[in-house]
Design a protein around this ligand. Structure first.
Ligand SMILES: [Zn+2]
Length: 248
């Protein structure tokens, strides 16, 4: 059966001189592993359309064990992000987290939209790599059905304070008056908490329309990263190359 879809290449393995296996985040099928024919045999003539960080219109056949890319036409490429080491590291983490969190054979239009938006911002440089990373982490959790419980303190119900804490394992907010120090806590300034609420609840096109201090950004990054790891139960390999970004 043939499927026409659009997808972003998240990972590639080179096999022999002219063949590649790629993992693609597609609109209709979620995460799929595909065999990409060599450049000479690929219809459409553009093998660059199946390279890492390419966003392409794809024609897929389902073979015995995986999909085969029959035709590919590039729509956009984000590989320019590799010109900057920090931005490249974050791009690899975004892709790996998508592989970890998006299901196979399930429509994934909203995940794809989020990843394309983040790669676009990462490439054009309008926000820092650390900002892109934490926004992506928070929105990936929201898309996965795990909305952070950040409206009120779970103890006294207060809405805001100079310092509050997010328990990223139990998914609850607690103020400094109510906490006894137990739980896995990420400290949040007033600005960091407001930004966390904004990023979690805003419409997809406005997720980057916020400003916070660098100190709040670092708090927010630790909070978002810890929340993702607690939910997934493991870290992405590529996360190690991103940790230095919090040393602002
Ligand atoms: Zn409280």
């Amino acid at each position: 059966m043939k499927t026409n879809t659009e997808g972003l290449v998240l990972r590639e393995y080179i096999s022999g001189e002219n063949n590649r296996f790629v993992t693609v985040l597609t609109k209709e099928l979620g995460i799929v592993d595909c065999y990409a024919k060599g450049s000479k045999s690929l219809k459409g003539g553009k093998s660059s359309a199946t390279q890492l960080l390419s966003y392409s219109a794809l024609s897929l056949f389902h073979g015995r064990s995986n999909y085969i890319i029959d035709e590919a036409e590039s729509i956009a490429s984000f590989f320019n992000v590799a010109k900057d080491y920090d931005r490249y590291c974050v791009s690899q983490y975004l892709c790996e987290l998508a592989i970890q969190m998006v299901m196979e054979d399930t429509p994934a239009e909203k995940y794809l939209e989020l990843l394309l938006n983040c790669l676009h911002v990462l490439t054009n440089g309008t926000r820092s790599p650390l900002t892109v990373k934490l926004v992506y982490e928070i929105r990936m959790m929201v898309l996965s059905g795990v909305m952070p419980n950040i409206v009120y303190c779970s103890g006294c119900g207060c809405y805001e304070a100079d310092t509050m804490y997010f328990d990223y394992c139990d998914n609850k907010l607690i103020c400094s008056a109510c906490t006894d120090g137990s739980g896995k806590l990420a400290r949040l300034s007033r600005g960091a908490l407001f930004a966390l609420r904004y990023i979690s609840l805003s419409e997809p096109k406005k997720i980057f329309s916020f400003r916070v201090s660098e100190e709040s950004l670092v708090q927010l990054s630790y909070c978002a990263e810890s929340f993702v790891i607690a939910h997934n139960g493991r870290e992405c390999y590529s996360l190690k190359s991103c940790r230095h970004l919090r040393n602002i």
